[in-house]
Design a protein around this ligand. Structure first.
Ligand code: EPZ
Length: 423
């Protein structure tokens, strides 16, 4: 991707459906035989991969213009192969639904990823407590159960994925399950809404305590995916770093509360509406702030990299603390190539701001870091060439197109036909 900096972004952009909800809603469709329908599904790589997983299990999936139909009548397999799981860790979210409905699931262990070891111990401990027999070997983990039974469980950590897997397992378990210290992300609330529309009985969606009373069977349903808050935050920061004026629509501002209050503390002007957020500001007036990522409603780890770019430009010193993933500063060295002054010490990154960024060749280490490097290119003087941009395609629908609509000079170079001038 070739990004030429120096342009102020302005205009309106509509977020797509949230990747981190859509993938789980697709898995949840496995809980009921028949055809479920999802609207506002983003056309991104991870959705294609999850579609492949469902089709590998025997489901029939159609997807056009944001609407996906999932027919699970002929689901005959309960195995997710390594080739698919290593491409997308979220494949493990099929485990809960498969064990709940079919009594078994065999999923390749998700490899590590660029964010550190991504364990699934909380997922497996919960399924075992519900009566699942957990076996692992040859790179696979298998869970079998005659009938899952309700549990009272205190999650060691409010893991998003573990909460979702155990939630989907509990809806067909015997009795009432209580999950304490559950994740509270808006995508969990979205999943709970879909499950309830399928016939589940769930209390406490969005709180740390979920209470699920198992039912005998689930039925198909229709659901619209909520807007992607991480995509929204990404475009808001793109507007802020370029000193432009950007309005993001298709999102409820309250899911970005802490993020927006941080933008205000930096000196970005923020205006909130019921389904949109508008920002504007002058980068020379921004001041650094400290940011610590935490489970929702704390500052989203998925917006940490993008915020680092903004803090590199703001005056003063900022400390960013990454509390969610063991290794999510991988892109700092790439950002330094563009001129940022960031010193990493453990899970803290000390940013000395007020720097002018200059274009260079950089490599995207993961999805959100890739988006952050593109944002840095928008703010940098000159031309920036991003490599390995397939990471960005995993989670951002029409990324360049949406940026160009805001006035950015950005294009995709497929076979090197476009490049930055040699410096
Ligand atoms: C989800 O990942 C998101 N992915 C991530 O977004 C997001 O960063 C993360 O939640 C936190 O909000 C999807 O929803 C597909 P976790 P997930 O389980 O479920 C540890 C993006 O860019 N942990 O809350 O994997 C784990 O090692 C992606 O869109 C255990 O120790 O997140 C990690 O350090 C990146 N044991 C921490 O919890 C477990 O059993 C957070 O993981 C599970 C998790």
């Amino acid at each position: 991707m070739i990004v030429r900096g120096g342009r102020r972004l302005s205009g309106q952009v509509t977020v797509s459906g949230a990747k981190n909800s859509a993938l789980k809603l697709m898995a949840a469709a496995l809980l009921a035989p028949g055809v479920s329908v999802l609207h506002n599904v983003p056309a991104i790589q991870d959705v294609s991969t999850m579609r492949e997983v469902l089709e590998h299990l025997g489901a029939r999936v159609d997807f056009a213009d944001g609407t996906m139909t999932i027919d699970t009548v002929d689901v005959t397999s309960q195995v997710a192969p390594y080739e698919l799981v290593q491409r997308m860790r979220a494949s493990i979210q099929i485990m809960g639904p498969l064990v709940a409905r079919f009594g078994q699931a065999r999923v390749a262990m998700p490899g590590g990823c660029n964010l550190g070891p991504r364990k699934i111990d909380i997922h497996l401990r919960g399924l075992a407590a519900m009566g699942g027999t957990v076996r692992s070997g040859h790179g696979f983990v298998e869970v079998t159960a005659d009938k899952l039974r309700a549990i009272d469980m205190f999650l060691d950590y409010p893991s998003v994925g573990a909460t979702e897997n155990l939630l989907m397992a509990a809806v067909l378990a015997e009795g009432t399950t209580t999950l304490e210290n559950a994740a509270r992300e808006p995508e969990i609330v979205d999943l709970c809404k879909f499950l309830v529309s399928m016939g589940a009985e769930i209390e406490g969606a969005g709180s740390s305590t979920l209470r699920i009373t198992g039912v005998n069977e689930m039925h198909t349903a229709e659901h619209t995916v909520l807007g992607d808050r991480i995509e929204a935050g990404t475009y808001l920061i793109a507007g802020a770093v370029t000193g432009g004026e950007v309005e993001v629509t298709g999102i409820s501002p309250h899911v970005l509360d802490l993020f927006l209050s941080k933008l205000r503390s930096i000196g970005v002007q923020v205006h909130e509406n019921t389904r949109s957020v508008k920002i504007w500001g002058d980068p020379t007036s921004y001041v650094g702030v400290d940011v610590a990522t935490l489970p929702y409603p704390g500052f989203a780890t998925d917006l940490q990299a993008q915020m680092m770019v903004l803090l590199s430009l703001a005056q003063g010193v900022s400390v960013v603390t990454e509390n969610v993933f063991e290794n999510r500063f991988g892109f700092v060295d790439e950002l330094a190539r563009l001129g940022a002054d960031i010193r990493v010490n453990g899970n803290h990154a000390v940013i000395t701001g007020g720097r002018a960024l200059s274009g260079a060749i950089v490599r995207c280490p993961d999805l959100r870091a890739g988006a952050a490097l593109a944002i840095a290119g928008l703010a940098a003087e000159g031309c920036t060439e991003l490599r390995d941009v397939y990471h960005i395609d995993r989670g951002y629908e029409r990324f360049e197109e949406k940026l160009r609509a805001l006035g950015a000079d950005v294009e995709r170079s497929v076979a090197g036909e476009v490049s930055c001038p040699a410096t």
